[in-house]
Design a protein around this ligand. Structure first.
Ligand SMILES: Nc1ncnc2c1ncn2[C@@H]1O[C@H](COP(=O)(O)OP(=O)(O)OP(=O)(O)O)[C@@H](O)[C@H]1O
Ligand SMILES: O=P(O)(O)OC[C@@]1(O)O[C@H](CO)[C@@H](O)[C@@H]1O
Length: 330
């Protein structure tokens, strides 16, 4: 069982434009898609699509459209009512694949609600193989929320094995994943290129590069990710958009690439990549198998509209090329 936590879920509305986005103009949409979203929710949706056992833990009332969508989509969830509506995030897609996203801050969670959400997660993740802590934190929630949860999961004394912990976030909550002792640090981090640049700087990597440089140079990205692993994180799966992804562990570093696809909407591609990784990991796959399935899932997600997530049969892992990389700078 893979449990996901989305502290700041969203109703994702994707608006397809007939041409390029024209600021200040009235434009007519060609189509609109609406899906329950938020990073952990997307991971759970992708796992359900491939028949894996998962539970999405999130705040929200039963009547909230995000929860109704999960219910209708057959995605198991456990929700904490918070007396406020969840947010809506809007995505504008242009025919050439350019995607513009506007994310709301989301409803504030009080201290009591934060404690209750952690309690719900701890209770429902007993016996889980993985817990995924994903997405931004809503207003009121401290940046070290995920580290606090990781510590609580690991200090659980109920006799069940501690799950592996994956974190996919950005900004301050992501940087906080590197602070403190080992018990608060994740087994797996899933940054994109921009987040990897921030993380590497936070990990003290002096040869810091921009996101564009890391996307263009996987060897440099592997060096940056190796600095993050050296700071106490189990593994870094860094997704590099159309350039594929790298995986860096204490044992090695690899690049995975997929032949070009026609990108329709990249929203949720990173979440699908993480789901692909976890799918292979729970089937006992090697590091390279996990990376291969991550990139196969990411490429399939990018070729689907809105934040649609692929099932494993829609992915093409055999088309993915894996190359070993040197992870340490010379
Ligand atoms: N234009 C593209 N062409 C081919 N594959 C893509 C493209 N964009 C994304 N992907 C695939 O999806 C994976 C994740 O993409 P990306 O690095 O953009 O994630 P992300 O920024 O975390 O996405 P999100 O936050 O929207 O889920 C990549 O590793 C790659 O496999
Ligand atoms: O605002 P956050 O929490 O950083 O990201 C939220 C979000 O952009 O992430 C998913 C795509 O990865 C979408 O479903 C959702 O709208």
């Amino acid at each position: 069982m893979i449990v996901t936590l989305t502290a700041n879920p969203s109703l994702d509305r994707t608006v397809e434009l007939p041409g390029a986005l024209a600021r200040g103009e009235v434009q007519r949409a060609v189509a609109v898609h609406q899906e329950s979203g938020g990073k952990g929710v997307n991971v759970s949706r992708a796992l359900v699509a491939s028949g894996l056992e998962t539970l999405a833990v999130l705040p929200g009332a039963d009547s909230d459209p995000v929860l109704s969508g999960l219910h209708d989509g057959g995605v198991p969830f456990a929700a904490l009512p918070i007396g406020q509506a969840l947010r809506s995030n809007v995505t504008l897609t242009e025919p050439d694949g350019v995607t513009t996203k506007i994310n709301e801050p989301g409803p504030e969670l009080s201290d009591d609600q934060q404690d209750a959400l952690i309690g719900l997660l701890l209770e429902r993740s007993r016996g889980a193989s993985w817990v995924v802590l994903a997405g931004s934190l809503p207003p009121g929630v401290p940046a070290d929320f995920y580290a606090t949860i990781a510590r609580r999961l690991r200090s659980n004394s109920d006799g069940t094995a501690t799950p592996s912990i994956a974190i996919d976030s950005s900004g301050a909550p992501l940087a906080a994943a590197l602070v403190g002792d080992a018990s608060g640090k994740p087994d797996l981090l899933k940054p994109n290129a921009e987040e990897l640049a921030e993380l590497a700087a936070a990990a003290g990597f002096t040869n810091v590069s921009t996101a564009d440089e890391l996307e263009a140079d996987p060897a440099k990205a592997a060096e940056a990710a190796a600095a993050v692993v050296a700071s106490g994180v189990g593994a870094v799966l860094a997704t590099l958009g159309s350039k594929g992804a790298i995986l860096v562990t204490a044992d090695g570093a690899w690049l995975a690439t997929h032949p070009p696809i026609r990108a329709v909407s990249t929203v949720g591609a990173g979440d699908s990549a993480l789901a692909g990784y976890l799918l292979a990991a729970t089937q006992g796959g090697s590091a390279q198998d996990c990376l291969r399935q991550a990139v196969a899932h990411g490429a399939a997600a990018a070729s689907l509209p809105g934040s649609t997530v692929p099932a494993v049969h829609q992915t093409t892992p055999d088309a993915v090329t894996i190359t070993a990389l040197q992870k340490d700078s010379q």
